[in-house]
Design a binder for this molecule. Structure first.
Ligand code: NAD
Length: 327
């Protein structure tokens, strides 16, 4: 089977490719070839992929390039779609690139998938599409109420993908996960930004009063969930995936300070992010009951291992940190 994986030079897509090439795969036919399509934006790096593996083919290109997408999709049995502009702060500075890649790029892939009768299309989305959840947890059937331009572009792409299922009968499956953590996350997101700053004895900028709450999901647990959806999910369905570990940003920061052996004096409270959602929370019973989805990683241990990974892999993150504005 040939799988086209978009955006796999980034954080989660590259972990998913490692899962497919390893033996942590959900049941189903063996994957014989993986084609990665990635534009290598500031967030993508070939260091994330084992290009020596003969089952892996890398194609440098844009998911909005209809000709290229058509050619690659013609050759694919299934598509797993990660490629996106993914950082909320950047979408607040400028939303156009988010709408282009996340909405138009997804539609370009879907059009090609319909044309070539691709057997399955997994669209990777986010819990942020539900907006801020003051109490309780959102189910897959709850309305979308995104706050940031990033979340709005992801919600739009979810709707375009699900409409493609209803209109054309394409087997589309949507996943909506909570905040991921783990090795190889670009050092602009809160965990790798804070860890790499703390390892250098630098301050960490904590938004607002630090009381925003997020559920944390290890990237490998997320990838296993995605693969369960790909292998055993149902067409046209949405599956929430979460870690079941909710923390305020201040609690998270304290865990990172402890794991890095750093002083609380390095925490600097900064003006809050515009439109900052207070809390995200999803119900994951659908994936648990239908697919047997269970996150395996303990948060404290997973965070400690993540810190150790960044401690041991400066050669990976130092050049990336020089690329971005370090938000
Ligand atoms: P990332 O920013 O680390 O990687 C994105 C990858 O997509 C990069 O390799 C980049 O080069 C590529 N890309 C961007 N624009 C492209 C384009 N036009 N054409 C081809 N490739 C392009 O992102 P990530 O954290 O790995 O997120 C992957 C997916 O998971 C995204 O769809 C994101 O919305 C979703 N998601 C992420 C999280 C999280 O916590 N990181 C949470 C929920 C959902």
């Amino acid at each position: 089977m040939n799988i086209l994986v978009t955006g796999a030079a980034g954080f989660i897509g590259s972990a998913y490719v490692r899962l497919l090439l390893g033996d942590g795969l959900a049941e189903g036919p063996a994957v014989t070839r993986i084609t990665v399509l990635d534009k290598l934006t500031y967030a993508g790096t070939l260091d994330n992929l084992d290009l020596a593996d003969p089952r892996l083919r890398f194609v440098h290109g844009d998911i909005c390039d209809a000709g290229l997408v058509d050619a690659l999709t013609a050759d694919a049995d299934q598509v797993v779609h990660f490629a996106a502009e993914s950082h909320v702060d950047r979408s607040i500075d400028s939303a156009a690139g988010f709408v282009r890649t996340n909405v138009l790029g997804t539609q370009t892939l879907l059009d090609a998938a319909v044309r070539h009768e691709v057997e399955r299309f997994v669209h990777v989305s986010t819990d942020e599409v539900y907006g801020s959840v003051e109490t309780g947890a959102r189910a897959e059937t709850d309305p979308l109420a995104p706050s940031s331009p990033y979340a709005a572009s992801k919600a739009s792409s979810d709707l375009v993908a699900l409409a493609c299922h209803r209109t054309h009968g394409l087997d589309v499956r949507v996943t909506r996960c909570t905040n991921n953590y783990g090795p190889r996350q670009f050092p602009e997101k809160i965990i790798p930004l804070f860890v790499t700053n703390l390892l250098d004895g630098r301050e960490v900028p904590l938004y607002g009063d630090g009381r925003n709450r997020r559920d944390w999901l290890h990237v490998d647990d997320h990838c296993l969930g995605i693969d369960l959806v790909r292998a055993q999910g149902r067409p046209g369905e949405i599956y929430n995936l979460g870690g079941g570990t909710e923390l305020t940003n201040r609690q998270l920061t304290d865990l990172l300070l402890a794991a890095c052996g750093a002083s609380a004096g390095l925490v600097r409270y900064v003006a809050d992010r515009k439109g900052h959602d207070l809390r995200y929370s999803v119900r994951t019973d659908k994936a648990r009951i239908e697919l047997g989805y269970r996150p395996r990683h303990d948060l404290e241990r997973g965070l400690a291992e993540t810190v150790e990974w960044y401690r041991g892999n400066r050669a990976w993150w130092e050049p990336l940190k020089r690329r971005g504005p370090g938000r």
